[in-house]
Design a protein around this ligand. Structure first.
Ligand code: KG4
Ligand code: ZN
Length: 340
């Protein structure tokens, strides 16, 4: 660890959360998230509204992050921001703001890949949390992505499996919508599932080659199931909501765990970390705890505040890039599709 204090101000604006954080030498001083409520009434994120809300939120969120960290602008060492992947209009707000701030303060600018950040969130300095040892497998599960990544070093990552259609978060959210639940439905399914019987209803698992995933057929299966059952009994969903949610969650977690087991077997690496919004799910968290006991895996489960989108994870990537002096220049642009 360096002698000097390296303060990173991080900005995240890839989807519908406007977030800013300040980290000092990899430790969080503040982590502020403004979640945009405006999308709820539309049942999903409306890109145009998201970018407008980012413009409204970004200045107060950054002010709050600096104030909570008790750091003056002049003590910030570098600005880190999410370059992509994400919604273009949303990314442009954070990118432009980060560039201007870095220029105004005359400090380095650091661009961050959002998906790498979900993985490197495990390296935030945190009491009571062990950091993963390289190499390890990371499963990033969110509303936009579903990937298994082999991580051999901080910035040496290889995607070894990913979804060929919908992301797992979409499978949760779309299933929830079919059940008449508001957006985002993932956490609600999780809550109802806690009191339901996961073996009540059976949904098919997709057959996909290798370590890839598919969730579009699953969503259709849920739709047909609900249509069929409500034809016989219009109150079917209401009467069976907990069991339906438990059965949906059980199947989705089964799909994720099947591929993870295959990845562990094929790579011989049994250190596993999860990240992204769906890693907040109680089913996947329990499945990994069981895998530790049953198969001797070492599993890294993030704290709840680092599962869904946040700027602390952008800050930890920023810190490690700062140590390498891996800075961006002012011609850097937002990238809605940004592979690593
Ligand atoms: O990482 P994230 O905040 O944003 C993206 O980058 O997509 O992930 C959001 C996704 C949503 O689909 C949301 O329903 C899902 O994560 N999610 C959950 C849970 N908490 C959030 N899904 C299942 N169970 C949860 N507890
Ligand atoms: Zn995310």
């Amino acid at each position: 660890m360096p002698d000097q204090k390296i303060n990173i101000l991080a900005i995240e604006s890839s989807c519908d959360d406007t977030a800013a954080a300040v980290l000092c030498n990899g430790k969080i001083l503040s982590n502020i998230v403004a979640t945009q409520e405006v999308h709820k009434q539309y049942g999903g994120v409306v890109p145009e509204l998201a970018s407008r809300a980012h413009q409204q939120n970004i200045v107060p969120v950054i002010h709050q992050a600096l104030a909570k960290a008790n750091i003056d602008k002049k003590d910030v060492s570098a600005i880190a921001f999410t370059r992509g992947p994400g919604l273009m209009g949303s990314l442009l707000v954070g990118t432009s703001f980060a560039k201007s701030l870095s220029m105004g303060l005359n400090i380095p600018l650091i661009e961050v890949n959002h998906m790498q950040a979900h993985i490197l969130a495990h390296f935030i300095e945190e009491d009571g949390f062990d950091k993963p040892q390289f190499p390890f497998l990371a499963m990033t599960i969110s509303g936009g992505h579903t990937q298994i990544v082999m991580v051999t070093d901080y910035f040496e990552m290889k995607v070894i499996g990913e979804t060929i259609d919908d992301a797992v978060g979409e499978a949760f959210d779309k299933s929830a919508k079919i059940l008449g639940l508001p957006y985002p439905g993932g956490p609600l399914i999780d809550n109802y599932a806690r009191e339901g019987n996961p073996k009540t209803f059976k949904f098919p698992k997709p057959k996909v080659d290798g370590l890839n995933f598919s969730f579009s057929g699953f969503k259709t299966a849920v739709l047909y199931f609900v249509q069929r059952e409500t034809r016989n009994d219009p109150d079917f969903v209401e009467k069976n909501l907990k069991d339906i949610c438990a059965s949906i969650q059980y199947t989705i977690i089964g799909i994720l765990m099947d591929k993870l087991k295959k990845a562990v077997k094929e790579t011989g690496i049994n250190r596993v970390a999860i990240g992204g919004g769906v890693s907040a799910n109680s089913g996947i968290r329990q499945a990994l705890k069981d895998a530790e006991k049953r198969w001797g895996w070492t599993c890294h489960i993030p704290k709840f505040e680092y599962t869904t989108d946040n700027a602390a994870m952008i800050g930890i990537v920023g810190y490690h890039k700062y140590l390498k002096k891996d800075f961006a220049d002012f011609s850097v642009t937002a990238q809605s599709r940004y592979k690593f």
